[in-house]
Write a protein that binds this ligand. Structure first.
Ligand code: AMP
Length: 583
């Protein structure tokens, strides 16, 4: 089943108990995302589900909420889990476990994460105390099954999250061994951004008559307005507000909407933007119609310059002054994207749509491009230098206007007095400098931001090849990221190799888990007898090295360093954070 943007469906319509609805309200979720609107009732009904959905679509809640709904209906809780979620990396396992815990807080759900790299004793203790939902990486789950510290006999649901990623990381055998132990009636749910052939084996062996969900409707030709310029920036979540500020200062929108996923995000971002001197107003479903009308009126009358809104609240808005739409989060479906950016480019006017994507969200951008049949240009974040140039241009233009209006006689006396002591050019420069500092944003705005553009392979954009980091499969040598100067890839030397029994998936797992990066960002791997070489994105190579140097593989202490030879290929290190002294 293809999914379109869901409208007018509430979490209550999906058959979720009050406790779950309460936690969703407290998290600021206003309505189900498209994948949730279909997956939740299907899972509650007991069907197996095959969901083609990437990060950012709301897939975690799509499978966690029905699991929790089942938990709510249970009379008593034993020590054995009723649900198991398999995830490719420690990072994702922790994320899923935390989200499930949050959704199930009013049900006192016992959610236990288990993953490689964490002391097994701690996990043995948590499991023995009883768990309702276990979330783990395949290797460690299998480990617990072998030790009999985890029983699957009471399982009612098993979820394979990011199945393609798990297979890319070489977990096929482990997954097969785990699934072979499932009780007969266990519901099987598989989420995967892509459904390559190698997943078909799992599907045909373990999934029965699934409800098949696909996030985008490829066949539907949905062009966005040709008058709208679409761009995206790739930034870590923690840098998004700084990136937004930087881009706002470069773009100088007349009026804009900034879209967020939840009410809480809307409130937080509005506060941050106001604290930085923007005139921003919140707009979300928790506000009365009267309050919402007032907010829109303030934007129309130029009293506000930015509206920070959820999708629900901004539905149908038609504001003539709007020049920009910013997606602070990539929307949960391509249709929602089309809907959001349709706020600009109306009535023959030009508009700009700018999306801030986290590195893991690139697949959502590709899905959007596929739907709109239009490339989203992935751009380099404006640098401090760009910003200064822009500010100088703005000052020049402002000075020009003042000079042309020549309405400054009252200040003549100041110039007269100062010119007795100073040169007239110096006085002019001082005047400009004081104007510059007044119009300048706070110092934290001047932080240099790491440019993650290189981390994202864009779907249909022309320059895809030059920055595509393909996935690394066990031993397989894909042409992964090309080592031309624009790729920014560097090679890491790692002190372990065949002698220590190291396999590609051990290296991928260690790098993905320890440094918290997507395995798709890891390039070629060469394993020699006494050492290995791994290609990683240059911008984060140092972080990866320090994370790896704190870890072990197969009990061996790992030592990593940047391979000398790759220095010539490195990007200049100017992207790293450095604080800037104000003049
Ligand atoms: P996921 O695709 O599960 O990684 O979710 C992506 C993000 O969307 C997470 O930050 C969730 O908290 C958020 N999210 C999930 N469902 C909803 C919803 N119905 N409304 C708003 N935000 C959501």
């Amino acid at each position: 089943m293809d999914l379109e943007e869901s409208t007018n469906i509430t979490f209550a319509d999906l058959g979720l108990c009050d406790e779950l609805q309460k936690s969703l309200t407290s998290l600021g979720y206003e309505e189900p995302t498209p994948i949730q609107a279909v997956a939740i009732p299907a899972m509650i009904k007991g069907s197996d589900v095959l969901g083609q959905a990437a990060t950012g679509t709301g897939k975690t809640a799509a499978f966690a909420l029905p699991i929790l709904q089942r938990l709510y209906l249970q009379d008593k809780r034993g020590t054995k889990p009723m649900a198991l979620v398999l995830a490719p990396t420690r990072e994702l396992a922790v994320q899923v476990s935390e989200a499930t815990h949050r959704y199930g807080k009013f049900l006192n759900a016992r959610v236990v994460p288990v993953y490689g790299g964490q002391a097994i004793s701690r996990q043995l203790k948590s499991l023995s105390m009883g768990a309702d939902v276990v979330v783990g990486t395949p290797g460690r789950i299998l480990d617990h099954l072998k030790r009999n510290s985890l029983a699957l006999s009471d399982l009612e649901t098993v979820v394979l999250d990011e199945a393609d990623e798990m297979l890319d990381m070489g977990f096929a055998e482990e997954i097969d061994a785990i699934l072979a132990k499932l009780p007969d009636k266990c519901q099987v749910v598989l989420f995967s951004a892509t459904l390559p052939d190698k997943i078909q084996g799992i599907i045909s062996n373990y999934i029965k008559n699934p409800v098949h969900l696909k996030i985008q409707k490829d066949a539907l030709l949905k062009n966005t307005s040709p008058l709208v310029v679409e761009r995206a920036y790739v930034v870590q979540r923690s840098h998004k507000h700084l990136a937004l500020g930087r881009v706002l200062d470069i773009e100088l929108p007349q009026a804009a909407i900034v879209f967020c996923r939840t009410r809480d995000e809307v409130d937080r971002l509005t506060e941050t933007l106001n604290g930085r001197g923007y005139r921003a107003e919140a707009l979300h479903g928790g506000m009365s119609q009267e309050q919402r009308d007032k907010v829109v009126a303030r934007l129309r009358s130029n009293t506000a310059e930015l509206i920070v809104a959820t999708d629900v609240a901004a539905r149908g808005l038609d504001i003539e002054q709007l020049t920009h739409v910013f997606n602070f989060d990539v929307p949960s479906s391509p249709e929602a994207y089309v809907h959001r950016i349709g706020r600009v480019g109306r009535a023959g006017k030009e508009g700009t749509a700018i999306t801030f994507a986290e590195p893991r969200e690139h697949r959502l951008l590709v899905a959007i491009e596929r739907l709109t049949k239009k490339a989203i240009k992935i751009d380099k974040l404006p640098t401090l230098k760009d910003l200064r140039v822009k500010r100088m241009e703005a000052i020049e233009s402002r000075m020009r206007t003042v000079l042309e209006e020549s309405d400054f006689e009252q200040f003549q006396v100041v110039v007269d007095r100062l010119s007795e002591e100073f040169d007239i050019v110096e006085i002019a420069l001082a005047a400009i400098q004081s104007f510059y500092s007044v119009s300048n944003a706070g110092p934290d705005f001047e932080e240099e931001l790491p440019d993650l553009m290189q981390k994202i392979p864009s779907g249909s954009s022309k320059n895809r090849e030059s920055r595509s980091y393909g996935s690394t499969d066990a031993g397989k040598k894909n042409k992964t990221f090309s080592r031309n100067e624009s790729s920014g890839g560097v090679r890491l030397y790692i002190n372990l190799g065949h002698n220590e029994g190291v396999r590609p998936k051990d290296l991928v797992g260690a790098i993905a888990n320890e440094a918290g990066i997507n395995s798709r960002d890891i390039g070629d791997i060469e394993i020699k007898n006494s050492f290995s070489l791994v290609e990683v994105p240059g911008q984060i190579a140092n972080n990866i090295v320090s994370a790896l140097n704190k870890t072990t593989i197969k009990g061996y202490r790992l030592r990593a360093k940047i391979d000398e030879k790759s220095f010539s290929n490195r990007h200049d290190g100017g992207g790293r954070a450095r604080s800037k002294k104000k003049r």
